[in-house]
Design a protein. Structure first.
Length: 120
């Protein structure tokens, strides 16, 4: 049974101090990955999936993205040989000291239960 993510290292509140998420987040293992289209010319960048919910995802990647930007994501789980493509609206971006970015966003549509189970 999966347990919801509860990590003190990842803030659960928005800068205004209230939770905006409408669905529970779950941590992802190393078998869940993402490929993010970061540019209009079709450039892609691999990303690490920190956590995921039916409504959105938190990614770590090198490219800074602006809040409000809509990007296409190819999410996959290697062990289950499962993948799905879904657009995401960037909600927040934070920079790590090493220059990598934490990019959180909401999907333009919820994941289906089958998609969600295939990814976690």
């Amino acid at each position: 049974m999966l347990k919801p993510l509860d990590s003190p290292s990842i803030p659960l509140l928005s800068p205004a101090g209230r939770e905006r998420r409408q669905t529970v987040r779950y941590a992802c293992g190393v078998r869940t990955s993402a490929l993010v289209m970061t540019g209009a010319t079709g450039e892609t960048e691999p990303a690490t999936v920190q956590n995921i919910s039916l409504g959105g995802v938190s990614l770590i990647l090198r490219t800074r993205l602006e809040p409000g930007t809509i990007i296409d994501i190819d999410l996959s789980h290697t062990l289950r040989d499962f993948d799905c493509q879904i657009p995401m609206r960037v909600v927040h971006v934070s920079e790590f000291p090493d220059g990598n970015m934490v990019v959180g966003g909401s999907f333009t549509r919820p994941l289906t239960p089958e998609e969600f189970q295939g990814l976690i």
